[in-house]
Design a protein around this ligand. Structure first.
Ligand code: NAP
Length: 493
């Protein structure tokens, strides 16, 4: 396993703290498994609260010199990091597919996507402008400075093991912060590999620390309680995000929360059928349905419903489940056996309440973590999968009659991350885009993410934005400076 890496030194199994590869204080390790084979790929050091405290202290020590550098010099280091990630794209993709399961093409894509945030913020970091406010008094001037927020802690999920890290680390480092990151226990190897490349890029010790652990709660408690940490950036499930926000309240830390979604894809009768099916399928089944912006509910207007179902079933019938390393595989496994059990329970609940399985619906004969790509009809809002994040390859297709009904259905959830609408009516595009309560709306398009756009949600999908010119704000404090008594220093004519 992973013996074919061109550069085997990218496979790291220790924590990365203060520029050193360290063992855990507890002398404990945890296993990382390949979800396609259940084989153990690596034993990784399991760091604890003590190690996390060390990492936070190292970040605090390293930050002043980094912050004092001109933005251009920080940018140069980040650009070298970007280059190294792209030069090692294939190895990084192999590591990702081994621990996460997604097919190699998707892993390569994620590495490029992850790297793009570093390139983007290397540039944006040079544009942290302040402001001069016209003062109400003639002898005063009012200024706004933007300064790095301080030491940042980040907790990230397994579904995008590299990109969810660079979306946080790149803006934090670009503006002069230092960061301590806890990757998901399923996917620490991707995080550790890019830390190795950051070091090779010349990032000074202590600015980027990676704390792999089998004790998420202990590490999370330290990150949220340690007064040195000024900001927590979390990507993961809504329940864990809510808990971490509460924990951050005691030291009034700033938080960014990228949480769960329940994305509707609304397809109107006038939509381009081919494009709507391709878009919905791409959104639903990417990463085997394990993305926060995955189509969770496909809402199709009555006039186009039957044709849409037929075409989606045909599309899904062409998918090939398999190990992400195999060229023929179009879709990989779910992350672990619990994910298979959760998706199975959602399908069983829907079927018990009247849903019809058009294709799939079962644990694959491949066994392990594979679940058959599934299409369900006769679904309604009483079913669990209408309310909960499915996080698996199950596409429920709901039927609606009117635009008002579609908007109401789309908004009938506590989530508000991504949403999509397919129609060729320009007036309807505006009515729906303005009427639905989501942080992101794709119109006749579901591939909506990139480094240049503000990614984030509303309602219980979170707060803050990642990527784009807005992504820096989450790592900056605003400081107002009032300069007074200026007339006293006038030079006499
Ligand atoms: P999760 O269970 O919330 O875990 C996310 C991270 O939180 C992991 O690193 C996990 O560590 C850690 N964690 C869990 N319990 C913790 C605790 N008590 N204290 C501190 N850390 C704790 O979510 P997941 O299943 O990995 O990821 C899927 C979720 O992420 C979905 O809801 C998805 O929608 C969301 N997501 C959102 C976005 C977005 O941008 N909005 C992007 C991607 C994913 P361990 O792995 O060690 O348990």
């Amino acid at each position: 396993m992973l013996r074919d890496l061109s550069d085997s030194s990218l496979l790291k199994c220790k924590g990365f703290v203060d520029g050193k590869w360290i063992n855990s204080a507890r002398q404990e390790r945890f296993a990382v498994r390949n979800p396609a084979t259940s084989q153990r790929i690596a034993e990784v050091e399991s760091l604890d609260a003590h190690d996390t405290r060390q990492a936070i202290a190292a970040a605090q020590k390293a930050m002043p010199a980094w912050q004092a550098l001109p933005a251009r010099e920080r940018s140069a280091v980040l650009k070298r990091w970007f280059d190294l990630i792209m030069e090692n794209q294939e190895d990084l993709a192999l590591i990702m597919t081994a621990e996460q399961g997604k097919v190699l093409a998707e892993s390569r894509g994620e590495i490029a996507y992850a790297a793009s945030f570093i390139e983007w913020f290397a540039e944006e970091g040079k544009r942290v402008y302040g402001d001069i406010i016209p003062a109400p008094q003639t002898d005063r001037r009012a200024l706004v400075l933007k300064q790095p927020v301080g030491v940042v802690a980040a907790i990230t999920p397994w579904n995008f093991p590299t990109a969810m890290i660079t979306r946080k680390a790149a803006p934090a480092l670009a503006v002069g912060c230092a960061i301590v990151i806890k990757p998901a226990a399923e996917t620490p190897l991707s995080a550790l590999a890019i830390a190795e490349l950051a070091q090779r890029a010349g990032l000074p010790a202590g600015l980027l620390n990676i704390v792999p652990t089998g004790h998420a709660k202990d590490v999370g408690d330290e990150m949220t309680q340690n007064p040195i940490v000024k900001k927590l950036s979390f990507t993961g499930s809504t329940p864990v995000g809510k808990m971490l926000m509460k924990q951050c309240a005691d030291t009034v830390k700033r938080t960014s929360m990228e949480l769960g979604g329940n994305a509707p894809v609304i397809v109107f009768d006038d939509a381009n059928l081919e494009k709507a099916v391709a878009g919905a399928a791409g959104s639903k089944f990417r990463n085997s349905g394990q993305t926060c912006i995955c189509a969770n509910r496909i809402l199709v207007q009555a006039g186009i419903y039957d044709a849409f179902v037929e075409k989606l079933v045909e599309t899904v019938g062409d998918y090939r489940l398999g190990n992400g390393r195999d060229k023929e595989s179009t879709h990989g496994p779910l992350i672990n056996p619990k994910a298979v059990a959760d998706v199975t329970a959602l399908v069983e609940d829907a079927v018990a309440k009247g849903a019809t399985i058009k294709i799939g619906g079962v644990h694959s004969t491949l066994g392990g973590c594979f679940f058959e790509p599934t299409v369900l009809t006769d679904v309604n809002q009483t079913m669990r999968l209408a309310r909960e994040e499915i996080f698996g390859p199950v596409a429920p297709i709901f039927k609606f009659e009117t635009e008002a009904e579609a908007i109401a259905l789309a908004n009938d959830t506590e989530f508000g991350l991504a949403s999509y609408v397919y129609t060729r009516d320009i007036g309807r595009v505006w009515r729906v885009a303005e009427g639905i309560e989501y942080g992101m709306v794709g119109v006749n398009e579901t591939a909506i993410t990139s480094d240049v756009i503000p990614f984030g949600g509303v309602k219980e999908s979170g707060q803050g934005r990642e990527g784009s010119k807005y992504g820096l704000d989450d790592y900056l404090e605003m400081k107002y400076v009032c300069m007074g008594d200026l007339n006293a220093y006038d030079v006499a004519p």
